[in-house]
Design a protein around this ligand. Structure first.
Ligand code: SF4
Length: 327
């Protein structure tokens, strides 16, 4: 039976953290055997907000790809590639931009939200407004039928579906309408209790050493009710417990939650369980990553192979697109 095509991507803004693992990578790994997966490092999307620091993006590509490969994305199963190496994305983005009514983009909630959240960056640009159009091109150029997204990205995918319908209506049925595969994205707290994010400086990175992970978690904020060892706490109000929910087995979690509510365990004991689990989970990752750090050309070669595969598919689609338009 023909496997359906999946596309997903990540912005190269630095090494990946536990939030990426729980929110996307674990799901991507599980999709590899059942779908024809295209996973892309979306360099142009990174440029839309990082254009003042563009030289850093190349190094970030390596970090993301090394993390992907070390966590188990398999280039023999999935096509791993760099968006900006496939120039056809840019051509399709341009063509789509001719038919998108401007209000469709102006109503995208993230356009205003991101400007508010990142006041030190000037995001009032043509490229940033057009982000969802480029994202649509990324998806439909591979005729992706399924796109795994968290709830916060669902609006973008709805828009991609609308753009696809509009293209097909004007020029004939070239693209399947991509379907949303809604995935649960657990909200992981960072070391300061806010959402885990590189920009907040509170992230626990996959490549952090066991010592760094131990230190970050040992000093992480907990439920403020537990001032003394004898004070009971509420796990649902504890930032550390968001990590337990993502990485510790349910049985163990229930036991720890009970211990927290009754003050029969201390926070350090509770954190130790998490630290041990993360070290166990990440040990094979660290071993593989060391290999890639020693031989970075292995990572670049794999990406180059992925680029070739992706390019062939994208070129074929663009021939259909040009012919449908009448060029
Ligand atoms: S015992 Fe665990 S869940 Fe409870 S406050 Fe401490 S770290 Fe958080």
């Amino acid at each position: 039976m023909r496997k359906k095509t999946v596309l997903s991507g990540m912005r190269p803004t630095g090494p990946l953290h536990l939030g990426h693992l729980a929110g996307a990578l674990r799901n991507w790994l599980s999709l590899q055997d059942r779908y024809r997966c295209f996973y892309t490092i979306v360099t142009w999307h990174a440029l839309s907000s990082e254009y003042q620091n563009s030289k850093a993006i190349k190094g970030h590509i390596f970090e993301v790809a090394a993390d992907w490969l070390s966590i188990g994305l398999d280039p023999n199963k999935s096509t791993l590639f760099v968006q900006s190496e496939i120039k056809e994305h840019a051509e399709l983005h341009l063509l789509l931009s001719m038919i998108i009514p401007l209000p469709w983009l102006q109503r995208v909630p993230t356009f205003k939200e991101m400007q508010r959240e990142l006041p030190d960056k000037d995001l009032n640009t043509y490229g940033f407004l057009g982000y969802p159009v480029l994202q649509t091109a990324d998806i439909i150029i591979y005729k992706a039928e399924v796109v795994p997204v968290g709830e916060d990205q669902a609006f973008h995918l709805e828009l991609a579906r609308e753009i696809t319908r509009r293209f097909n209506r004007f020029f004939g049925h070239v693209f399947p309408e991509p379907q949303i595969m809604l995935t649960e994205v657990p909200k992981l707290a960072g070391t300061d209790g806010r959402k885990m994010s590189k920009s907040y400086g509170n992230a626990i990175y996959l490549k952090d050493s066991p010592q760094i992970i131990r230190h970050k978690i040992a000093t992480m904020v907990t439920d403020t009710r537990r001032k003394r060892r004898t004070d009971p706490g509420l796990p649902q109000d504890c930032p550390v417990f968001t990590l337990h929910k993502a990485f510790v087995s349910q049985d163990k979690r229930q036991e720890l939650a009970q211990g927290c509510r009754t003050a029969s365990i201390g926070c350090l004991e509770c954190k130790e369980v998490l630290i041990d689990r993360l070290i166990q989970l990440l040990t094979p990752f660290w071993e593989k990553r060391k290999k890639f750090e020693k031989k970075p050309h292995l990572v670049w070669d794999i990406l180059e192979e992925g680029n070739k595969k992706a390019r062939l598919v994208a070129q074929k689609t663009m021939e259909e697109v040009r012919s449908a338009i009448g060029f």
